[in-house]
Design a protein around this ligand. Sequence first.
Ligand code: SF4
Length: 322
Amino acid sequence: MSLSYWVSRALSSLPLLNVAIEQEEKLVPLSVNYFPHRKCNYACDFCFHTSKNLKILPLDDAKRGLRMLADAGMKKLNISGGEPFLQPHFIGEVFKFCKEELKLESCSVVNNGSKVTEKWLDTYGQYLDVMAISCDSFVPETNVRQGRAENGRPGHIQKVFEVTEWCRKRGIKVKINTVVTIHNWEENMVDSIQELTPFRWKVFQVLLLDSENTGKETGSLRDARNLTITSEQFQAFIDRHKGLGDCLVPESNEAMRDSYLNLDEDMRFLNCQDGGKTPGRSLLEVGVQEAMKDAGFDEEQFFGRGGVFDWKRDPDQGSLDW
Ligand code: SF4
């Protein structure tokens, strides 16, 4: 072959090379957990998103960030906390925007149930697919003992049942989230879960995260080191409840750690790879693709833990009520 052949071959391959670079794989934030603020009226000992500041973005900035995420492929937004319902107008307007403007497939909220009102549901419930309520025990003293209570008062369980009923009437799917600790791993919750009939019962092994719930030494506001359980204890809890079938979705520490895209109050992804929660750069400043590089997100783990599920509300229920 002549030199000119190789030169022309090399030159002709350049455009292809450029295309390959331009097509560098884009990261898709399919499902995002947004923590818009950190304030809460409960004081759970294992909380890993504690009241370290009282920030919340102006609503328009939050909407701008959410639009950027939707443009990058977000289909589901979950709002968590802090207690989201301490900012009822903010979260309601976010859900409305996500459904009406961004056309997201699914909006959900994880909350402790205590601040949900029928008035809010009548105004914003139509934009909500899933209401996830946290309940760790059906023994009132156990909830109080691990801080799942307002000012140490019982009453949490009754509110969980009440909110479940309100949501069911409105076609909003109900999910129950339970954290398994040393205080409740021996409890049998079958009857109460059957009564609530959530479409999903997510059961988490209590997770330690430095700077959040591992004591003063790591700058944490909470200390859950005395609440941890072994993998065997967690498995025993799961085995006791497996008769509940597919609604039971267990999540061990390993499955949890890197399988969520968690976005904090400044719209920074939180990286849990080193056993803490390290914020990256804000997507409002660097864009979604750059911000996602800081997230330590493991997409395989996300799909492996069933991160995509039937997350839309029931279209045949509740729509005639409004
Ligand atoms: S309900 Fe408990 S776990 Fe949830 S944000 Fe409040 S203190 Fe933290």
